[in-house]
Design a protein around this ligand. Sequence first.
Ligand code: AMP
Ligand code: ZN
Length: 669
Amino acid sequence: MTQTTIKQQIDDLREALRTHNHNYYVLDQPTISDYDFDVQLETLKALEAKHPEFYDANSPTQRVGGAITKNFETVKHDYRMYSLDNSYSKEDLLDWEKRIKKLVDGAVSYTCELKYDGASISLTYEDGQLVRAVTRGDGFQGDDVTANIKTIKSVPLQLKGDYPPKFDIRGEIVLPFDGFNAMNAERIANGEEPYRNPRNTASGSLKLQDSAEVAKRPLECLLYNITGANLGVTTQFESLEKARSWGFKVPEIAVLADSVEAVLDFVNTWDAKRHELPYETDGVVIKVNHLQQQEELGHTSKAPRWAMAYKFKAEQVSTILNEITYQVGRTGAITPVANLEPVELAGTTVKRASIHNADQIEKLDIRERDTVFVEKGGEIIPKIIRVDLSLRPVDSQPTTYITHCPECQTALVRTEGDAKHYCPNYNGCPPQIVGRIQHYISRKAMDIEGLGGETVALLVKEGLITNYADLYELTKAQVIPLERMAEKSAENLINGVKASVEIPFERVLYAIGIRYVGETVAKKLAKHYKSIDHLMEATQEALEQVDEIGVKIAESVTLFFASEANKITIERLKTFGVQLSMTETELEGQTELLKGQTIVVSGVFEKVSRTELKKLIEDNGGKVSSSISSKTSFIVAGDKMGPSKKDKAEKLGVALISEDDFLRKVTFT
Ligand code: AMP
Ligand code: ZN
């Protein structure tokens, strides 16, 4: 045979096998026997082995796995993977609709889809080929799990039809009940502990090092969202159909609804029928159908404004509350915990439930030895929703809340307006010391590799560290004698700590653990004050003037820096080289040009994306707002800005400026 005919034969086999895979795993309609499929696959394997010059990473032979991943590489998402806001009632949906209608023009219709309960994944395709699969991670960046994803047969490695040249598609990796049960039957037969639930097993599978192991698991990939530029679609519903035509598994259960009533019909139907579905679902996702309206609505810091999850009613069960114990968090906050008589709930055994705070105990009149109803929402720890008073023991006594810290015996405090009690022994309470350092090293904070939460606890227990600044003075010789430490792991720990001096200021600000300063607030403060020195000098009044910084945060920040101990810790971090101000590069392109201005972005743009536009506004000190009001300084108006927005702008006398004019304003200064 000539090279060309061999190449032709290989191509034909690949094409045929792709089609059979699609028929079997996506359409659920096989057209040949398993035997014939295997024969073709073996033929292709043999040909490929003989002709490595025709290797193709996306050949159907690559599905069996074999690649080993020791460390999953972290990859930044081109488009952030957001979470979803939740709703639980018709009122919630009507409120949402009201908010939407304030922000967009024209009629609004919705696509309703099921909310698949698995592990989210983002797949990148270029020229119809799967090039990358990345987990959601923290939404900004995730782990590259391409080798494992390729083994999932319903993920097309090569697309068909009129797909765009480059796009991301998001979906959920799920483990259908059948496959899950079969896996467990096998484990039980082998004397192994069965897996707890399909969702955790699916997400655990993605991080297996051996892709051949993943290939053996009956995972599926259900897709629901295409992301990218120039996708050639105008609605969500259409995008589902398109994705299906390119070869993706997009569940057929999705409808268009033009009112909240119609949405609720879909919800109620599937709430009742969800047990008939082959995989786990935990609700419905409702999305504004028109992509143009989605663009207009944009995102909050956590979730798109154009989508809403409607959670199916959580499953409930009753059990006996044996004892109430109290946990101390890293901020000193006390959380009462209900220790329950173990009970099965939504596929897992529940032994503990959180009770939030003293008010909750009082409100529900929760007492030890009560029979309580426990409910599982999205959280891992379920919560108590009510007490079955008819079963209360006759000699039952109301719960008296603790007055002293269970860990360090310091008297607890509770400030006006705070739901929680706190242990004020900031520098001497062990779980606070450990918790603060654990927070400091955590992934979203300083992301210190080679150091885990348990080691932190051990280091504190051994008296080697009492705050996070101490980490930078640890030596290998001190660490090696610790339990389960070896030369190499000690070295990794020291190097991990050293490397953390590269972490940018905004994350350091989050890491140091000021109460109420989460990631978003830390970013805001970093951007506004540019260095810790400036932030430390800021008065409470000044802080309150900063956009989106309220009294509570301002108070907490000043309180933090009023502490001599904290000041010393910060000074020490400085001497170790930790980033306590923004670097030249971070400051580049940042101006105060738009300081004090509130700007609305509306319509479709030519030269820059909306995201870039918003970033430009923020980098130049402006604030982006999604609705036009008398406070709006001006509107950057693109193509197709809605007529009612135009009217509103005119009425309020808010100026419209074009994309070009805006760009000139911020870039040519
Ligand atoms: P949550 O994790 O509760 O914030 O819910 C958001 C997650 O729901 C997303 O990250 C997706 O992984 C998942 N999800 C499941 N089904 C869908 C769907 N049809 N549309 C959008 N997201 C979905
Ligand atoms: Zn304490």
